[in-house]
Design a protein around this ligand. Structure first.
Ligand code: ATP
Ligand code: MG
Ligand code: MG
Length: 550
């Protein structure tokens, strides 16, 4: 069954189709190419593309590129790649708001001719002062009553580059006393000399504002439902004013929903940019980043990201989503799909003192405990093994079920072993355990006693040496940078722990970047693009259990 009425926006859209207001739904996703997409954008992408996909409509990808000094082609390309990675297709070619600069200019002339826009010579500071406040109405600009002819002439000369930055703007003539500040003669155009726009080069020195560009771009593309986040609710009257007062082919309907906020991370592009440019993370795709590129490198799948977005839903209520919800989306998927393997992160040498000459050269391990279709693999058996240091305790705490001096434990997929001797170095640190195997226990329970613990291991001779990167939350508080704090004060100093010499079972030597595994008892891991042929690098995607619960 196709989910359609699962949120209030889908209900509106489906009603509009059923009662014939629209024949076909057209949505758009309008990112500004001033950074990489993050999980908040994914919410908007899943909403916009998902509606089009489920209801036989189309969704445009349109870059909102009216602030050229912060934008670039790297961001454009990364955004296209991330939308595709999530599994969506946009309608026709990629669009840019800048495709419409000439038409937008023409509509501005139309507004001037209708007496609905004027050229204003107030400086930025003066414009703000004249605008008033929530409690105090604004004052009319002294330039508000310029003649249409003078406005047309000045606007043409603004475009021709006759006036320096900041000297003049084009403003809508609406209502300086409106209780909605957005309607107090908002600026439609500002002068910006010397910027090289990534799409239009140096063709323009006059740039339209977002509030003017967005509604008209929507209308030109025949968007039926323009979905945006709640902070634009107060801008909706201006949106409607723009499409009502210029000769566009249709009037899209703006509907607002609440932004996604996620605990223990930040989502503002300003802060994400700061993390990248100050080298706090390794780049936009650092696996600790909430970006799509970061989540991909962390080992997330498109299905897990989409599933998460569906699970959190779409409402008008402000919310702060727990990181555990995002993690459980990928954990559930990987539990079903990731092949199991053994990896030792903190290796301690074990020598099997009595491995019989006729012991099998390898044991057979299932790739998935519940899915036989995933097959089996051979794990070579040898006299020397690695186990995890934490699976041995000389003086065990109560209830410790793993290896202790004189005690027994099962090696996963292999024998029960007993620790006969503990070897230490001069400083008293354990360097090696000498153990004997019970040769009767391969695939069989030991006679006359119970062995509870099962530990994972890796054959020493054929082990693959790997770098393992363990990630934790990037910030130590649920809402970093709030109550006047600098986000840098809230950084988690242990958000990345690198293990330079982990030991993997030999089958993992062939891991290619993007391959995902469950390392038994350790968590889910993905091979990183930094991997080298003899030396894989593995990122921990998520632990086996939710470690976020407070
Ligand atoms: P910022 O304010 O950090 O610059 P933005 O909202 O301006 O972010 P855009 O590139 O303009 O970023 O966003 C593109 C689309 O994605 C917009 O429609 C926006 O509403 C939506 N979006 C951005 N962040 C979120 C979020 N956290 N949750 C839901 N939708 C979001
Ligand atoms: Mg922005
Ligand atoms: Mg924006």
């Amino acid at each position: 069954v196709t989910p359609t009425r699962t949120n209030f926006i889908r209900q509106i859209v489906q009603d509009d189709l059923e009662n014939g207001r629209h024949q076909r739904v057209v949505t758009r996703f309008p990112p500004e190419p001033n950074g990489y997409l993050h999980i908040g954008h994914a919410k908007s992408i899943v909403l916009n593309f998902g509606i089009a996909e489920d209801l036989g409509g189309i969704c445009n990808l349109r870059f909102d590129d009216t602030n050229p000094h912060k934008e670039n082609v790297e961001f454009v390309e990364s955004i296209e790649a991330d939308v595709q990675w999530l599994g969506y297709e946009w309608g026709g070619r990629v669009r840019f708001a800048s495709d419409y600069f000439e038409q937008l200019y023409g509509f501005a002339v139309e507004l001037i001719e209708k007496g609905l826009a004027y050229v204003c010579d107030l400086s930025g500071e003066e414009t703000r002062a004249y605008r008033g406040t929530l409690t105090e109405p604004g004052r009319d600009s002294p330039y508000r009553d310029r003649s249409i002819d003078e406005n047309l002439d000045l606007f043409r000369r603004m475009r021709a580059g006759e006036f320096p930055d900041g000297t003049r703007t084009l403003r809508a003539k609406i209502d300086m006393a409106s209780p909605n500040i957005n309607l107090r003669d908002p600026v439609l155009y500002r002068i910006r000399h010397g910027v090289i726009h990534h799409q239009t080069g140096s063709e323009w020195c006059l740039y339209p504002t977002y509030d003017y560009t967005h509604p008209i771009s929507d209308a030109l593309e025949g968007i039926t439902h323009s979905l945006c986040t709640l902070e634009f609710e107060d801008h909706r009257p201006l949106y409607d004013w723009c499409v009502a007062n210029v000769s566009v082919p249709c009037r899209p309907r703006q509907i607002e929903f609440s932004r996604l906020n996620l605990e223990y991370t930040v989502m503002s592009k300003r802060l994400l940019t700061q993390l990248v440019t100050e080298g706090i993370v390794s780049g936009w795709d650092d696996p600790r980043m909430p970006t799509i590129a970061g989540l991909r490198r962390r080992g997330f799948t498109p299905g897990a990201v989409r599933g998460f977005c569906e699970r959190i839903g779409v409402t008008k209520a402000d919310n702060l989503v727990e990181m555990g919800i995002l993690e459980s989306a990928i954990r559930d998927e990987l539990d079903a799909s990731a092949p199991r393997a053994m990896a030792v992160l903190d290796p301690l040498r074990v020598v099997l003192t009595n491995l019989p000459a006729d012991a099998p050269a390898a044991v057979t391990a299932k790739n998935h405990p519940k899915d036989d279709s995933m097959g089996t693999r051979a794990v070579p058996l040898s006299e020397e093994l690695w186990i995890d240091r934490s699976d041995f305790e000389e003086t065990p705490p109560k209830g410790f079920k793993r290896l202790v001096p004189g005690g027994e434990v099962r090696l996963r997929n292999a024998y029960v072993i007993r620790c006969d001797e503990v070897i230490k170095d001069a400083s008293g640190d354990v360097t090696e355990l000498r153990c004997s195997v019970d040769v009767e226990t391969l695939g069989r329970n030991p006679e006359g006693r119970k062995v509870k613990g099962v530990i994972h291991w890796v054959p020493a001779e054929t082990a693959v040496n790997a770098e393992v990167r363990l990630y934790d939350r990037l910030f130590t508080v649920p809402q970093p940078g709030t109550s006047g704090r600098d986000v840098r004060e809230d950084l988690n100093p242990d958000s990345l722990r690198v293990i330079p010499n982990a030991k993997l079972e030999p089958s993992l030597g062939a891991a290619k970047p993007g391959d995902r595994f469950q390392f038994e008892r350790e968590g889910y891991f993905v091979a990183d693009p930094d991997s080298l042929p003899e030396r894989p690098v593995l990122n921990r995607t998520v632990t086996l259990r939710d470690t976020w619960a407070k």
